[in-house]
Design a protein around this ligand. Structure first.
Ligand code: HPA
Length: 273
C-alpha cells in the first residue's frame, strides 16, 4: 500500500463532520490507562470501526474509541486504545492515527503507555517521562515513499520528546503523589515479554524502561513536527529484575491502582499546556 495525503484526509474529513471544534491536544491512552477517558467532559465518542481508512484495536484492554471533548477547559481528542505491530499491523500502517490527528488540527500530542522497569530504582506505580528512546527492533513507521505533506524524508529526532513539555510535566509532578522520573524507553516488538538477557542488554544500552508501543507514534509525530510528550506508567519490574516470572496481570493490577492519581496528573498537564 502506498499512502498519499488523501488517504489520511478521508479519515480526517469523516471525523470533522462528527465534531464542531478543533482539538488542540491529542492523547493516546496505553494499556489499562483507559480510565482517564472518564475525565473528558462533553464527550463525543467515535468507534474506530466506523472511521474510513482507520485501524481496529484487537487488544482486550484497549477500548477502540476516539473521544473528543474538553479536559480542564482544553479541547482534546483522545485515542482510547492504540495499535501495535504485535497485533499484525505493518510498521507503515502505524502512522495512520497520528497523521489523522495532525490533519484534524491537533497541535501537540501526549502518548501514554504501560512499561516494565529496567532501572532498579524504579518501582511499579512510578511514572517515567520519556526523554529519549532506543529502537533497534522492527522497521521505522516512516519507511516507504515519503509523504512530503507531512514532513521531509530525513529528519532530526534528537529533541523529539519536546524539552519544554518534559519540563512542564516535571513541574506538574510537584503537585502529584506519583513518583515521576525522566528516562529512556526501549521498544521491543512483543507480544512476548522480554527475556532476562534482553533486559540485561537493554540496561547496558541505557534503557530505564521497556515496552511494546509509543515509539512508532512518537516518530510519526516527530516527522510532522508535532511537539510530543510521552509518559510511561511503570506497571512491573522487567523480566529478570526480580527473581520471579513476569505475569501479564501485574500490568493490569498496577495500571488500575494508579488510574486515579495518573488521571489527575494528566489533567494537570493538559491544563498547563
Ligand atoms: N515489557 C514490555 N512491555 C510491557 C512491560 C514489560 O515488562 N510491562 C508493560 N508493558
Amino acid at each position: 500500500m502506498t499512502y498519499t495525503c488523501e488517504f489520511f484526509q478521508k479519515s480526517a474529513d469523516f471525523l470533522r463532520a462528527q465534531v464542531d471544534f478543533t482539538p488542540e491536544t491529542g492523547i493516546v491512552l496505553g494499556s489499562c490507562l483507559g480510565p482517564f477517558a472518564q475525565a473528558i467532559e462533553h464527550p463525543v465518542v467515535v468507534d474506530y470501526a466506523g472511521i474510513p481508512n482507520f485501524l481496529l484495536s484487537t487488544v482486550a484492554s484497549h477500548a477502540g474509541k476516539l473521544i473528543f471533548g474538553t479536559v480542564a477547559g482544553k479541547r482534546v481528542v483522545c485515542m482510547s486504545g492504540r495499535f501495535h505491530s504485535y497485533e499484525g499491523y505493518r510498521f507503515e500502517e502505524l502512522v495512520i492515527p497520528i497523521r489523522v490527528l495532525k490533519l484534524l488540527g491537533v497541535k501537540s500530542v501526549i502518548l501514554t503507555n504501560a512499561a516494565g522497569a529496567v532501572n532498579p530504582d524504579y518501582r511499579p506505580g512510578d511514572v517515567m517521562i520519556i526523554a529519549d528512546h532506543v529502537k533497534l527492533n522492527g522497521e521505522s513507521p516512516l519507511r516507504g515513499p515519503n509523504v512530503e505533506d507531512f514532513g521531509p524524508r530525513f529528519f532530526d529526532v534528537s529533541q523529539m520528546y519536546a524539552p519544554e513539555l518534559r519540563r512542564l510535566a516535571l513541574d506538574c509532578a510537584k503537585n502529584s503523589p506519583l513518583r515521576v522520573h525522566e528516562g529512556t524507553y526501549m521498544f521491543f516488538p512483543g507480544p512476548q515479554f522480554e527475556t532476562p538477557a534482553e533486559i540485561r542488554a537493554a540496561r547496558f544500552l541505557a534503557a530505564d524502561a521497556v515496552g511494546m508501543s509509543t515509539v512508532t507514534e512518537a516518530l510519526t509525530a516527530a516527522h510532522c513536527g508535532m511537539p510530543l510528550l510521552a509518559l510511561s506508567v511503570i506497571t512491573n519490574m522487567a523480566a529478570g529484575v526480580l527473581d520471579q516470572p513476569l505475569r501479564a496481570e501485574e500490568v493490569d493490577v498496577t495500571a488500575e491502582k494508579i488510574a486515579g492519581p495518573f488521571s489527575d496528573y494528566m489533567k494537570a498537564i493538559v491544563a498547563a499546556i
